[in-house]
Write a protein that binds this ligand. Structure first.
Ligand SMILES: NC(=O)C1=CN([C@@H]2O[C@H](COP(=O)(O)OP(=O)(O)OC[C@H]3O[C@@H](n4cnc5c(N)ncnc54)[C@H](O)[C@@H]3O)[C@@H](O)[C@H]2O)C=CC1
Ligand SMILES: O=C(O)C(=O)Cc1ccc(O)cc1
Length: 366
């Protein structure tokens, strides 16, 4: 059988990290890439990450099983006419953009819906460029997948499988839900960080004493204000409606907080900080104690590749988030089973019911 071929257009922090992870977990795959900075391609080839450097509209993209669009959102869209003329019907076309609605609209207008499955790894940093990419950036990170309504289930399953095989946690959502959710937990925090830094720059004393004594809290909450201005400009321009919606609620809460301070309303201020502390403490990365409890199921599967895809899709469709997934072989499970780990007990028991309803044989360690 021919080797699986994966193409990249754009090879910066995210494209580079996906390519490195594919190289690590699937060394037999053939990777080709175009990025408009020639030195990036040279570096990627020299490091053995990319096999074939391509030109901008290279006919070799016709031979790809997957193409990842990893440039800024508007740039990804500008490649669609070329891809429409070039790619084969079996190719899965995907992107990594932080906003999905505009991409889905452009894909539909270009007549590429049957090939398109949107993607968004919820991992990254304030850094950019191939030189900051790593083969572990995606590890244990949610990877939101927004299939177009015309993409075949077999393509979606294979793509979910590929994402899981890179150590990420696939989460299938509609692009509308994705854009609302990320407006809240990603776009709003970046805008808040930027405004906070700008506010302090304006409020600072002549001798910049605020800048001098800025403490850990200020630095923690504003790290992401160092992110790429052009990337965040494009995100704000392409997710206007949802960002405006979450900003409305945020501004309302800020006005309320000012009122409570002005009034000296101690009880209400206490409640404000107490409710945010409770919610923040409930986030999954804040589990306390020496050995956090694990919520794990073991499930018999017969066909590893197709089996994992079916199960991750089934769980995603039931709104169940997976923390980790993988096949294990040991004496307890001689045939090998799929180990699925969840963030919370509730997700674990929901998954147990969903899997049993589909007649899977599921084990739990006591
Ligand atoms: N930075 C982050 O933390 C995350 C970013 N994303 C999304 O990933 C995408 C890429 O972001 P990064 O990798 O962070 O940016 P980056 O700046 O590190 O990489 C962008 C890449 O696109 C290339 N590029 C720019 N114009 C091009 C063109 N006309 N043709 C071909 N290649 C071109 C650049 O040379 C570079 O290799 C964006 O759409 C962003 O929304 C998604 C998740 C996290
Ligand atoms: O650096 C951080 O904490 C981030 O929030 C990274 C990030 C940036 C953009 C995305 O679309 C997803 C993740």
């Amino acid at each position: 059988m021919d080797k699986t071929r994966i193409g990249f257009i754009g090879l910066g922090l995210i494209g580079g990290s996906i390519a490195r992870a594919i190289r690590k977990f699937h060394p037999e795959y053939e990777l080709l890439a175009y990025s408009h900075t020639r030195s990036t391609l040279d570096e990627a080839v020299a490091e053995g990450v990319i096999d074939i450097p391509c030109s901008e509209e290279d006919p070799l993209f016709a031979t790809c099983d997957y193409i990842f669009l990893c440039a800024p959102v508007q740039t990804n869209i500008s490649y669609l006419p070329f891809l429409k003329q070039t790619i084969s019907s079996r190719c899965v076309l995907t992107d990594v953009g932080s906003v999905k609605g505009e991409m889905h609209d452009a894909v539909a207008a270009a007549g590429l819906s049957a090939n398109f499955i949107g993607g968004h790894p919820m991992a990254g940093s304030e850094k950019t460029g191939f030189s900051n990419s790593t083969d572990y950036l995606l590890e244990n990170a949610y990877y939101v997948i927004t299939p177009s309504d015309q993409a075949e289930l077999s393509k979606i399953s294979a793509y979910v499988d590929l994402v899981a095989s890179l150590g990420a946690i696939p989460l299938v959502l509609s692009y509308e839900e994705h854009d609302y959710v990320v407006a809240g937990v990603s776009h709003l925090p970046h805008i808040v960080a930027s405004c906070l830094v700008n506010a302090i720059a304006r409020l600072d004393t002549e001798k910049e004493r605020m800048k001098l004594v800025a403490a850990g809290g200020f630095k923690d909450i504003t790290r992401i204000a160092s992110s790429s201005p052009v990337m965040w400009q494009q995100i704000c321009l392409t997710n206007k409606k949802q960002i405006s919606r979450v900003l409305d609620e945020f501004i309302r809460l800020l006005i309320q907080a000012k009122y409570l301070v002005d009034q000296g309303d101690g009880d209400a201020l206490y409640q404000m900080f107490e409710s945010s502390k409770n919610y923040r403490d409930s986030l999954s990365d804040t589990v306390s104690g020496p050995t956090p409890k694990q919520y794990v199921l073991y499930c018999d599967i017969y066909d590893e590749a197709g089996g994992i895809a079916t199960i991750t899709t089934l769980l995603a469709m039931n709104g169940i988030s997976i923390k980790n997934i993988g096949i294990i072989h040991n004496r307890e499970f001689e045939e090998g089973v799929l180990r699925i780990e969840f963030y919370e007990e509730e997700a674990c028991s929901k998954a147990l019911t969903a899997l049993k309803n589909r007649n899977y044989k599921v084990h739990q360690r006591q």
